[in-house]
Ligand binder design. Structure first.
Ligand code: DLL
Length: 433
């Protein structure tokens, strides 16, 4: 039972009435139990009783990463520590890590949303699920693990790393489903080639990849190299971990949000005004059902779009578009806004280029210089200089065409860019401001 039909196919009105009831209870609880949030509500003069409709959500103050940092580590927890049975943490690029907590009910909720996500990808209790998300403070490994067990499938708790062994186990145990970051999936594809294992020797059917942005072209690479169908999964520690939204096998684009638990909004990151469905902006979530670490209007910094068009799978849950960037990973190169995922999209559309790249930004005097390091395939690398030169020019021209920035392109040997076991590091910004 992990397709909760009565919830997932509800007409909007039915779903919204569930959301409203849960929201009202949440706001009361947060106001009573979480002092920093009460202070914020008082500052704007909102009382829990003011939330009479879902539209009243906009009256409530946002929560940001700074709020989490200011109350580090446990200051925003809404239950006594005695009731908290697990913590996770994610390390940000700067400063303190973000700490999140779970009660037993939260862990059960997490397992059930994750199991519902797996179901969207066609995973059933008959599957052998190879879980290569990192175990530990990162939410990926353990979050997926409990979901796989709740579904009744068999979990292989691999965690990341030791790719050679992963390939052997995948083959010997007959793994049918792979869970990993998209960059690590490609890493495993390389390891397969090294070990001389062909895709036909594996039983892999579907890959469930998330935790970092990946372009549609990258998806094709993963599908081709592993001989699988690859789908997107989205989540973040603050909201629960993996299991917030998931692409089903019918969705041409976008992921279903489990909005009976996670209420989404899109806002304009500058004016902070909510945007209508269909418009692109910053994704904001309110957790409707969590106990230990609920959040109201948490600004994710992820850029997406919400849309209600019906999906072939029959679910009425709203969908969010693939996250291709964050408000804080946008590079400004000589005044032009550049997202790493746009560079990836260009690269993956060019023959002879491998899906491994890094963007380095430096400053020459007062001028930003963007260099793209990209691996080329073995046969191209050993080809004549002329071929390499032409490829360099082609990449430069296509990036200029698509993004409007001139960049340096450096073709590097196969396997020379550092491989990730979890999230790939795509950008090295060496500018000092
Ligand atoms: O990455 C949770 C997760 C684990 C999701 C495994 C999916 C699979 P954090 O480490 O807190 O949590 O990082 C959350 O990663 O705000 C996004 O910027 C990014 N992210 C997560 N999933 C996707 C995705 C986990 N499918 C942050 N596409 C989020 C693009 C994603 N970015």
């Amino acid at each position: 039972m992990m397709w909760v039909e009565e919830i997932e196919t509800l007409p909007r009105s039915g779903l919204e009435s569930i959301q409203l009831k849960r929201l009202q209870a949440l706001v009361h609880r947060m106001y009573d139990k979480v002092a920093p949030y009460r202070v914020k509500m008082d500052a704007v003069g909102v009382k829990p009783g003011d939330i009479r409709s879902l539209a009243d959500l906009r009256k409530l103050p946002f929560t940001t990463k700074d709020d989490l940092r200011d109350n580090y580590p446990f200051g925003l927890f809404a239950t006594p520590m005695d009731d908290v049975i697990r913590v996770h943490a994610s390390s940000g690029t700067t400063g303190k890590s973000t700490v999140v907590g779970y009660t037993q009910a939260d862990i059960d909720l997490w397992a059930s949303v994750m199991a519902r996500c797996l179901t969207m990808a066609g995973v059933t209790k008959g599957d052998m699920v190879h879980n290569a998300y990192g175990y530990g403070l990162f939410t990926g490994g353990l979050g997926a693990h409990y979901g796989i067990e709740a579904l009744g499938a068999t979990v292989i708790p691999m965690s990341g790393g030791n790719s050679k062994r992963q390939v052997t186990i995948m083959r010997d145990f007959g793994s049918t489903v792979l869970l990993s970051t998209p960059s690590y999936a490609l890493n495993l594809a390389d390891a397969m080639v090294d070990a001389g294992v062909r895709t036909e020797e594996l039983k892999l059917r579907v890959g469930i990849h998330g935790a970092e942005p990946w372009s549609m072209n990258m998806r094709e690479e993963v599908e081709r190299k592993l001989g699988i169908r690859a789908v997107d999964i989205y989540g973040l520690s603050e909201i629960i971990g993996p299991g917030v939204a998931m692409e089903c096998l019918h969705s041409e684009r976008g992921m279903h949000i489990l909005e009976d638990n996670f209420l989404p909004e899109i806002i304009d990151p500058d004016t902070l005004e909510p945007l209508p469905y269909g418009e692109t902006g910053e994704l904001v979530f309110t957790t409707l059902t969590k106990e230990a670490f609920p959040l109201i209007r948490y600004r994710t910094k992820d850029i997406s779009r919400l849309f209600l068009e019906p999906c072939g799978c029959g679910r009425t849950l709203i969908r969010m578009e693939k996250v291709m960037g964050r408000t804080d990973d946008m590079l400004i190169i000589r005044g032009v806004n550049v997202f790493p995922s746009q560079v990836e999209h260009v690269l993956m559309g060019i023959d002879g280029v491998e899906p491994h790249y890094q963007i380095e930004v430096t400053r020459d005097g007062s001028l930003d210089v963007m260099s793209v390091l990209v691996e080329v395939s073995e046969n191209i690398f050993s080809d004549e200089i002329k071929v390499l030169e032409n490829l360099t020019k082609k990449i430069q021209a296509e990036i200029k065409d698509m993004l409007g920035v001139t960049c340096k392109v450096k073709l590097v040997e196969p396997r020379s860019i550092q491989r990730s076991e979890g999230k790939a590091q795509r950008v090295i910004d060496r500018r000092t401001i």
